[in-house]
Design a protein. Structure first.
Length: 319
C-alpha cells in the first residue's frame, strides 16, 4: 500500500475534521444539542486520530539502529491501534454517557435550525474527506470488495481513514435524525437517542479497527499474492530445486522479512552456492520490492519436506 496515498488521505481528513469540529462546537454552544456535542467530540477525536497516524508514519521512517535492527516500521501499527483504543473508544463512551444523561434529563433545543445547517455543512466536508480516501484506495483494492480491502491491508492509514469517515457520515445522519425528530415531535428525547446512537456507532467502529490493527501489530504474513510471487521468484532462480520452507512477516507496511530454506543442486561448489543465493535474493527483491530483509538457507531437499515448487537437474556453476 502506498504510504504517500495514505498520507494524502490522512491530511485531507485532518483538514476537514478541524474545521468541522470548530463549527460543531459553535453549534453546540448556540443550540445546546447533545447530538451536536457528541458530534463535536467525535470530530475532535477524529482529528486526534489523524495526528496519531501522521506521528506513527514519522516515527516509522526512522532508520534501523542497534537497539532496533529491523527498524521502526511497526510504529504505524501502534498508531492505528491507539486510534481505536484511546480515541474512538473515548469518543464513543462519552457519547453514550451524554446520551443516557440527556435521556434521563431532557434539554430543550435552542436554534435547532442552526444545528441542521452546521450538520449539513459538516456532511459535505466529511464527504470530501471520504471521497479522497476512496480515490486513494480504489486503485489498491483492485477487484476486492471494500471489506476485503480493509481486512487484507497491511498499512493502517487508509483503512482507518475509510472507517472513520464512513462512521462520521453515518453519525451525522444520526444527529440530523435526532434533531429533526425533536423539531417535529417537540420531544427532546429524540436528540438524546441520536447521541446514544452515535456513541454505539463509534464503539462498534473502535472494535473493528482494534481487531484489524491488532492483527498487524502481532505480526502478519505477506498476502497470498506476495507469497506466490516470492515462491515463483525462487523457483525461477538457477540451481534452486525446491522451496522447502517459506516464512514471511511484515516488519512494517512497506517492509517485509522473508526467510526460506531452499533445496539446491547437490553438485554446486561453495562459491556457486553463494552466487546462486545472491542471484535468488536479487530476483526475489525485483518481484517483491518491499522484501527488504531476505534470509535464504541452502539445504538438500528430502522426501519429507514441503512439495517441490519446481524440479531441476542443472549442472554446477561458478561465478
Amino acid at each position: 500500500m502506498s504510504a504517500e496515498g495514505g498520507t494524502k488521505a490522512v491530511l485531507a481528513a485532518l483538514s476537514a475534521n478541524l474545521g468541522i469540529a470548530a463549527a460543531k462546537f459553535v453549534g453546540f454552544l448556540i443550540t445546546r444539542s447533545s447530538s451536536m456535542l457528541a458530534e463535536s467530540i467525535h470530530s475532535v477525536a477524529d482529528s486526534g486520530n489523524q495526528v496519531l497516524l501522521l506521528a506513527g508514519q514519522r516515527h516509522a521512517a526512522r532508520p534501523a539502529d542497534e537497539e532496533h535492527p529491523f527498524g521502526y516500521g511497526r510504529s504505524r501499527y501502534i498508531a492505528g491501534f491507539l486510534v481505536a483504543i484511546v480515541l474512538f473508544s473515548v469518543g464513543g463512551l462519552f457519547s453514550v454517557h451524554e446520551g443516557v444523561a440527556k435521556l434521563r434529563h431532557p434539554h430543550e433545543l435552542d436554534s435547532a435550525l442552526v444545528a441542521i445547517v452546521i450538520l449539513l455543512v459538516a456532511t459535505a466536508l466529511e464527504g470530501f474527506s471520504l471521497r479522497t480516501a476512496v480515490a486513494e484506495a480504489r486503485h489498491l483494492k483492485g477487484a476486492a470488495s471494500w471489506w476485503e480491502f480493509i481486512h487484507a491491508a497491511r498499512a493502517p492509514e487508509l483503512p482507518v481513514v475509510l472507517m472513520e469517515d464512513l462512521a462520521a457520515l453515518v453519525g451525522l445522519v444520526f444527529a440530523l435524525a435526532g434533531i429533526g425528530l425533536t423539531i417535529v415531535t417537540g420531544d427532546p428525547a429524540w436528540d438524546a437517542v441520536g447521541t446514544l446512537a452515535i456513541g454505539i456507532l463509534l464503539l462498534a467502529v473502535a472494535v473493528i479497527v482494534a481487531v484489524e490493527t491488532q492483527a498487524m501489530l502481532v505480526g502478519e504474513a505477506a498476502t497470498p499474492a506476495m507469497v506466490a510471487a516470492i515462491r515463483d521468484a525462487l523457483a525461477e532462480s538457477p540451481h534452486i530445486t525446491r522451496v522447502i520452507h517459506l516464512r514471511t512477516l511484515h516488519l512494517g507496511p512497506d517492509e517485509l522479512l522473508v526467510a526460506a530454506k531452499i533445496g539446491m543442486d547437490v553438485t554446486l561448489t561453495l562459491p556457486a552456492v553463494a552466487y546462486a543465493i545472491d542471484s535468488a535474493e536479487a530476483r526475489l527483491r525485483a518481484a517483491v520490492p518491499i522484501a527488504r530483509r531476505v534470509y535464504l538457507e541452502p539445504d538438500i531437499a528430502r522426501e519429507t519436506d514441503e512439495p517441490p515448487v519446481r524440479a531441476m537437474n542443472l549442472p554446477s556453476a561458478g561465478r
